[in-house]
Design a protein around this ligand. Structure first.
Ligand code: MTE
Length: 319
């Protein structure tokens, strides 16, 4: 993969306008809630930690050439159904997510199951900055400078047994903070899975930050997965449990719509979603809805790295 020279951007140049718009809306809504005496669903806002600087070393092997998506778009156009289904909901409401204390339990088919605190995860392996292409199943995409390290560094700590064939990821359920849990849009908790070789692949990133800071809540604080050759839905946010298992887990999306979402979720322009084409995508932050669409690449452009994982598989059936 070629080296991308990342532009040096001053924090003052990337102050997200939506932050202020969002805050204004929130102030209005909070004011209305105070007047009516109804508790705002995001009443935990005051306690929310804002992202802190996170230093990391750029890994030149994992920097795509594409222009990174402006930070303001990365943090305000999100999917995080626990906070609502509109793209702007996570930005407005995820502030109520309680991210301290936080532990991730790594368990199942491992010799040494145990829990990891976030401070420990931050120090478990050298933090790297990697610029990955991200392709959502809804046919939009972004280019994001993530901070993290390969998930394999964490998994090898607990020593997977020979029965560990798959890895299941479970994410946080905080009913007081997450209005989305009251809807059945998904079978909660949001659950995802990978085959063990996918989980151990060097591209699979245990992610603790973006744009040089800890993860904003709406992007999956304090720890999430990023699997760049798969649709974004595989990149589970706000992970609390990682289970190594013998049988293929059922993901939340497979459970709710098995005809539309399979276990693999590999980006594949040749296999359309039953309701729309996967052949092209809209790059968020580049010219809006009138900008020309970009051709979607097999495995999101990561075919050289990952195609061998799927040799001999019928990717039309195993989508
Ligand atoms: N993780 C949880 N817990 N809940 C979600 O709704 N949405 C997924 C994924 N991880 C989701 C999740 C989907 S559909 C996408 S496209 C990505 O998160 C979006 O990540 P981003 O908002 O950081 O771009």
């Amino acid at each position: 993969m070629s080296v991308y020279r990342f532009p040096q951007v001053k924090p003052s140049e990337i102050t997200p306008q939506e932050l202020w718009q969002g805050r204004r809306q929130w102030i209005k809504a909070a004011g209305a809630a105070a007047l009516t005496g109804v508790a705002a669903p995001w009443s935990g806002l005051a306690g929310a930690a804002s992202p802190a600087t996170l230093s990391a070393t750029r890994n030149p092997a994992y920097m795509v050439m594409d222009t990174p998506t402006p930070e303001k778009d990365v943090i305000s156009y999100n999917n995080f159904y626990e906070f609502g289904t509109d793209k702007g909901d996570p930005f407005l409401y995820a502030k109520a997510l309680k991210t301290e204390p936080w532990t991730v339990s790594v368990e199942g088919e491992v010799a040494e199951p145990r829990k990891f605190g976030i401070d420990e995860l931050l120090k478990l392996a050298p933090l790297e900055e990697r610029i990955y292409r991200m392709r959502c199943v809804e046919a939009w995409s972004m280019v994001i400078p993530w901070v993290g390290y390969p998930l394999s560094a964490l998994l090898s700590r607990v020593q997977p047994t020979s029965k560990a064939k798959f890895v299941e990821f479970q994410t946080a359920m905080q009913p007081d903070a997450m209005p989305g849990l009251r809807s059945n849009v998904i079978d909660w908790p949001y659950t995802e899975g990978l085959r063990i070789d996918e989980a151990m692949h060097p591209l699979t990133l245990l992610t603790l930050g973006l744009y040089g800071k800890t993860l904003p809540n709406q992007n999956g604080a304090p720890v999430r997965l990023v699997v760049p050759w798969k649709y974004g839905l595989k990149s589970a946010k706000s992970i609390v449990r990682i289970r190594l298992v013998e049988k293929q887990p059922i993901t939340s999306w497979e459970r709710i719509a098995p005809r539309e979402y399979g276990f693999y979720g590999n980006v594949n322009p040749e296999v359309d979603h039953p309701r729309w084409s996967q052949g092209s995508e809209r790059r968020i932050g580049q010219g809006g809805v009138f900008a020309p669409r970009i051709k979607t690449l097999m495995f999101n452009g990561y075919a050289n790295e990952v195609a061998s994982l799927y040799q001999g598989m019928d990717l039309r059936k195993l989508y």
